[in-house]
Design a protein around this ligand. Structure first.
Ligand SMILES: *Cc1c(COP(=O)(O)O)cnc(C)c1O
Length: 353
């Protein structure tokens, strides 16, 4: 790769800022396995309140937060209902099957979202032949759906329907803060009426490591055992908690800038011949777009851009993804757009060389 123009692969590439590193270095720590790390305790309390739940647990990753939630809500042989491109199903190494022994019934939906009516036919009758329908998982924002936000009414209606069917509800809110900022509502409004919620500090919030799992006191007490079993209970993790607290203080409201930058990127990409997307579909910090097969494949575009310092991901044969975040400025995005415009103006065979 030549000099970096913009790293748009993911908001996970954000690095801790000098001030965040200072907060991390200054953290008061203890041994969280023994339960006396004051900074972890403070973070867990604050995150629980923020998400509208009794209690919360700091865990190393969003993947582990989901895995613990699934294990805590289910027994082997239970079935999970969710949208077919959910992160826990698509990108988490089938942990729901390997570590919790669950099966799944998936909803196609639209852009990661679905309606209460789409849940009904997937509920199994109480009969020894069938798996037990047990858990509904929602993703907000929905990653592969395009960074999509659940509209409040639809979110409430789907959760209410899950309750009628006696399903537990887990929200994979890796990017819940993006949804809250975009909607202008407190995060608790999006999370309090689910049984559990997972949120990442290590994505757009800019912390190096860490996710939170929140729920009732009883749920979190049971989840704590699985955190230990899965190897996620840490010692002087107050260092990580301090970075997460710093992120909550400084990096939440600014997510609106990432959303503005994503819109700007989307509108400009839509004008480039050979690329297509609807900029109105961009609701948060993720921009998905299609490459015309007459130009070449997404993989070719990915490799060509990579060689020119614009880092993205190909996520389908013709589908690309670019994500905005706190370590990419408007100027860098404009520079990236210049590179993309030039690359698309050249036939793929030539520019790939
Ligand atoms: C990134 C992500 C996760 C997993 O988080 P990691 O910290 O990378 O394990 C879970 N769900 C969604 C929707 C994500 O985007």
């Amino acid at each position: 790769m030549n000099t970096l123009v913009a790293d748009l692969r993911s908001d996970t590439v954000t690095k801790p800022s000098p001030d965040m590193r200072k907060a991390l270095a200054a953290a008061d720590v203890g041994d969280d396995v023994l339960g006396d790390d004051p900074t972890v305790i403070a973070l867990q309390r604050r995150a629980a309140e923020l998400l509208g739940h009794d209690a919360a647990l700091l865990v190393p990753s969003g993947t582990m937060a989901n895995a613990i939630a699934i294990r805590t809500h289910t027994q082997p042989g239970d079935e999970i209902i969710a949208q077919a491109e959910s992160h826990f199903y698509y990108y988490e190494a089938a942990g729901f099957a390997a570590m919790s022994g669950c099966s799944t019934r998936m909803i196609q939906g639209r852009r990661g979202l679905f309606t209460p009516e789409e849940i009904d036919p997937l509920i199994r009758p109480p009969d020894v032949h069938f798996a037990r329908s047990r858990l509904l998982i929602l993703e907000n924002t929905h990653n592969r759906g395009g960074g999509t936000i659940w509209p409040l009414e639809q979110l409430d209606a789907v959760i209410a329907r899950a309750r009628q069917h006696n399903l537990a509800v887990h929200i994979d809110g890796a990017r819940l803060m993006n949804a809250a900022v975009a909607l202008g509502v407190p995060p608790a409004r999006l999370a309090a009426h689910a049984d559990s919620v997972a949120m990442c500090f290590s994505k757009g919030l800019g912390a190096p490591v860490g996710s939170i799992l929140a729920g009732s006191a009883d749920f979190i007490a049971r989840a704590d055992r699985y955190r230990k079993m899965f190897g996620g209970t840490m010692r002087q993790s107050g260092l990580l908690a301090a970075a997460a607290l710093y992120a909550l203080d400084h990096n939440v409201a600014r997510l609106a800038e990432d959303h503005d930058n994503a819109k700007h990127l989307a509108r400009a990409l839509a004008e480039i011949p050979g690329l297509s997307l609807n900029p109105d579909d961009v609701q948060t910090n993720m921009v998905f777009f299609e490459v015309d097969p007459a130009w070449g494949s997404a993989e070719t575009l990915y490799r060509t851009l990579e060689a020119r310092g614009v880092r993205t991901f190909d996520v389908g044969p013709q589908r690309m993804r670019a994500v905005t975040h706190l370590d990419v400025s408007r100027t860098q995005i404009d520079d990236a757009l210049d590179v993309i415009t030039n690359v698309m103006a050249t036939p793929a065979e030539v520019s790939a060389r």
